[in-house]
Design a protein around this ligand. Structure first.
Ligand SMILES: Nc1ncnc2c1ncn2[C@@H]1O[C@H](COP(=O)(O)OP(=O)(O)OP(=O)(O)O)[C@@H](O)[C@H]1O
Length: 312
């Protein structure tokens, strides 16, 4: 569907996030803009430290933004907002974390962990109703309702990630930031968790921001993908477009690093190394961000962008 006909669920506009002190700021995220449409899976990929988690946390309002804005369902949710809107956002936007073990409170029973969102919303539900909602959330992620009385350490990594997903689902969110949800899991169970996420998306019309440090599974689960390097977007395109015409040298480097299932091709694959000085940016040759084909944006110098266009 052409992007102008789609409902924008999340609109990130010129987002900047700084750490460090006012005198010595560290720019973790610089001038990042993207829109996520309702019902899609939007991928954000880049190496460790590129700012992905910081963007996810800014969206769920953990990190204050230095400048820029985040809009959700047509309302500005960054900066100072009303208490009602804050409550609405914490219900409608949830996060799934990379390491299910670290993100679950080991001393709490699953019943408490999955109910946390309800408590945070101040929902005073009758005990029976609360338990019924926990049981439903557990069964929605393929776990037995009886698991509610157990502790996280009694479960496998895949089951713990399902508990993390149940915790996110209990408030019936519209949008989920999934921060490397399968990276800490055994390769053998990654597909199960991804299938569960796709199934939940189909059933509930969920929208995902899927954060990952490599492109290996993104082609299959993401509708569009944004590539980030050192806090700045470098390329943004439909998943198929990005794999068919990767223009930015950093995207090409990420593509070259995808593990090959076949041991012979894995051995023969040629790693592309990204050299950020290759663009030759300076005052007379600044970086530009342009749409080269519909929906396909790339950052580069004038000469680079003209060269990419000539390849289309
Ligand atoms: N609370 C913080 N205080 C200071 N610096 C931070 C903080 N959080 C993140 N950073 C720094 O900001 C940069 C971006 O970090 P971020 O965690 O967003 O990257 P990432 O792409 O998600 O990496 P990873 O895949 O390792 O999680 C890093 O250099 C990190 O050290």
């Amino acid at each position: 569907m052409p992007s102008e006909n789609r409902e924008v669920l999340l609109d990130v506009k010129n987002l900047c996030v700084d750490f460090g002190s006012r005198r010595h700021p560290f720019h973790a995220v610089s001038d990042v803009s993207f829109q996520i449409f309702r019902g899609e899976t939007f991928g954000l990929v880049g190496e460790s430290g590129s700012g992905k988690t910081t963007i996810g946390r800014s969206i769920i309002r953990i990190h204050p933004t230095a400048s820029g804005e985040v809009w959700f369902q047509g309302k500005r949710i960054s900066g100072k907002i009303s208490r009602e809107l804050d409550r609405e956002v914490t219900r409608k936007i949830q996060m799934i974390f990379q390491d299910p073990m670290a993100s679950l409170n080991e001393r709490a029973k699953v019943d408490y962990i999955v109910s946390e969102g309800l408590y945070a919303q101040g929902a005073r539900l009758p005990e029976e109703e609360r338990k019924a909602r926990v049981a439903k959330a557990l069964s929605d992620v393929g776990l037995l309702p009886e698991f509610a009385s157990r502790f996280p350490h009694e479960f496998s990594g895949g089951q713990r990630q399902r508990i993390g997903i149940a915790r996110a689902l209990i408030l019936d969110p519209d949008f989920i930031v999934a921060d490397e949800p399968i990276s800490a899991l055994d390769v053998s169970i990654r597909a199960q968790v991804l299938n569960l996420m796709s199934q939940l998306q189909r059933e509930r019309g969920l929208t995902y921001l899927f954060i990952a440090h490599d492109l290996s599974v993104m082609r299959f689960i993401c509708d569009r993908i944004a590539v980030i390097y050192k806090g700045r977007l470098q390329e943004l395109a439909g998943a198929e477009q990005l794999f068919a015409h990767p223009f930015h040298p950093y995207t090409r480097a990420l593509l070259s690093a995808i593990p090959q299932p076949n041991p012979v091709s894995e051995k023969q694959k040629k790693l592309v190394v990204y050299d950020p000085s290759c663009h030759g940016y300076d005052d007379s040759n600044p970086p530009l961000w342009e749409e080269l084909e519909p929906g396909h944006f790339v950052r580069g110098s004038r000469r680079e962008l003209d060269g990419y266009r000539a390849q289309l």
